[in-house]
Write a protein that binds this ligand. Structure first.
Ligand code: SF4
Ligand code: SF4
Length: 475
């Protein structure tokens, strides 16, 4: 049975057999050069410098940015977050989401085209392709060539480079969660745990699979953001578009041909550089990741032809419909959708900064002793017992003291007046007693309040917070 016989087929009106499901063709884009290619390279260098180098930076004797999953602490320079700070991590996610909504409304798929890891790693893999195998035409030629010594040598060099990039990416990824200065020597000395090796292998393998093998297929079939982002587009959103009015009828002007021609000379360079293999001249397509390679390619052609750039450019649907000109695009930044997302984003960022800078790094849970609700002490007072669960989430020792109020004559014992020192990251359980004269601690429950004051070692600043609980009175 032939391969075609295995695939679903249909007959079109001309009787031609068409496969319903076509396999993805491997795309060999031509290297684009120009303004937007330079911008992509700059973003790539910045994002990858952060990814590969930041884990090597130290702060206060530890890795500066360290997502210590086992110790359940996240460290970002002077900021130490623990599970109780989940709210702030959630806040960061909300800020990122609104940032993305805001940016997408203004300028479409900027994230996809310049900063998404899928785009960035695909670009790195394409650099390797280009560096080892040559530009598009040489790569296409090599693909068609039968296997011979030259082809084997070229492919071997290429896969060694890809392996180094993928392996180092996997190792670096682990280094964000386990100190990288321990991970790297452990891997190279063969003492790394299976967990470390397993995560590094999976991440490195996925880098190779998604950036070298699947490439644009990930954006087409797997990325959820690619699916819902059109909901954020409107006709004032910047899109990469071909100016059909200026470009058509396309084609080179031939001698003796008096038919009017547009600016597009049909050189197909904009198609050759496209990493997802589409023709921007067919209009806005969901496959377009907004990389702007076609703008660079067409601008180069226009410059050679001494024509103005911008046959393919960033513009809006409204400009193409003659609602306003390219010069008026900036004014669209004040439209309600953009200012709405921007306002929410601004408020979320301010709330996050205020919250994180004023959060208490000493936390106390008051747990009432349920075994003995109330008893009479040797002074004839009614007494309740509590457990103070004290957690110092800062990176320095802190001293904490406590007082209690809410009832006349109420006193606290069990915690020294000068306070207790809680070491960095330490959790203490301290039993304390609260007592009051029977005249005031009458039968039933009374609302009382603990006031905690704490101070970080070496600091003169004290911080205070209160916690409410109940006191059970006697007969
Ligand atoms: S059409 Fe242009 S912007 Fe879109 S993916 Fe292709 S080259 Fe990039
Ligand atoms: S690069 Fe420009 S001139 Fe060449 S085919 Fe594309 S749109 Fe036309």
């Amino acid at each position: 049975m032939s391969d075609t016989e295995n695939k679903p087929q249909t007959n079109n009106t001309s009787g031609e057999v068409v496969e319903l499901y076509q396999g993805a063709k491997r795309i060999h884009p031509k290297k684009a050069t120009g303004r937007f290619a330079n911008l992509r390279i700059a973003v790539l260098i910045i994002t990858q410098a952060v990814f590969y180098l930041l884990p090597w930076v130290s702060y206060n004797g530890r890795q500066a940015v360290w997502f210590d999953a086992l110790g359940r602490h996240f460290y970002i320079f002077g900021l130490a977050l623990e599970p109780a700070d989940l709210l702030y991590l959630t806040g960061l996610l909300i800020i990122s989401a609104f940032g993305l909504f805001w940016w997408t409304t203004i300028a479409g798929r900027l994230w996809c085209g310049y900063a998404c890891p899928q785009t960035v790693y695909t670009e790195i893999m394409l650099w390797i392709d280009h560096f080892v195998e040559g530009d598009r035409n040489q790569r296409l030629k090599l693909e068609k060539e039968p296997w011979n010594a030259r082809k084997i040598r070229i492919k071997t060099i290429k896969y060694i480079l890809i392996f180094i990039v993928a392996a180092w990416t996997g190792i670096t990824f682990v280094g964000w969660f386990v100190p990288i200065r321990q991970v790297v020597p452990a891997i190279f000395s063969g003492t790394a745990s299976f967990g470390v090796l397993g995560v590094a292998f999976v991440y490195g393998f996925m880098t190779w699979l998604m950036a070298h093998i699947m490439r644009g297929q990930v954006c087409l079939h797997m990325c959820p953001y690619a699916r819902f982002q059109s909901a954020m587009f409107d006709h004032n959103t910047l899109i990469i578009s071909y100016d059909a009015e200026r470009g058509e009828p396309r084609g080179k002007k031939k001698k003796g041909d008096d038919a009017p021609k547009g600016a597009c000379v049909d050189c197909s360079l904009c198609v050759q550089v496209c990493p997802v293999g589409i023709d921007i001249r067919d209009g806005l397509q969901y496959q377009c990741i907004g990389c702007a390679a076609c703008i660079d390619a067409c601008d180069e052609v226009m410059e050679k032809l001494k024509q103005p750039r911008g046959l393919v450019r960033y513009t809006t649907e409204a400009v193409l419909n003659h609602e306003y000109t390219d010069a008026d695009i900036k004014r669209q930044l004040l439209r309600p959708k953009v200012t709405g997302y921007g306002t929410v984003l601004f408020i979320a960022i301010i709330a996050w900064i205020v919250g994180i800078s004023t959060r208490d790094t000493m936390r106390v849970d008051i747990i009432k002793d349920r075994g003995v609700m109330v008893r009479e002490n040797r002074l004839g007072q009614f007494e309740n017992s509590y457990n103070l669960h004290i957690n110092n989430s800062s990176e320095l020792p802190q001293t904490i003291t406590a007082s209690v109020n809410g009832l006349e004559t109420i006193t606290l014992s069990g915690l020294p007046k000068e306070g207790v020192v809680v070491q960095a990251g330490e959790v203490l359980n301290i039993p304390v007693q609260v007592a009051a004269e029977p005249d005031y601690a009458t039968k039933g429950s009374h609302d009382i309040q603990f006031t905690f004051t704490y101070q970080q070692q070496g600091s003169t600043e004290t911080r205070q917070f209160t916690k409410k609980t109940i006191f059970i009175g006697g007969e």
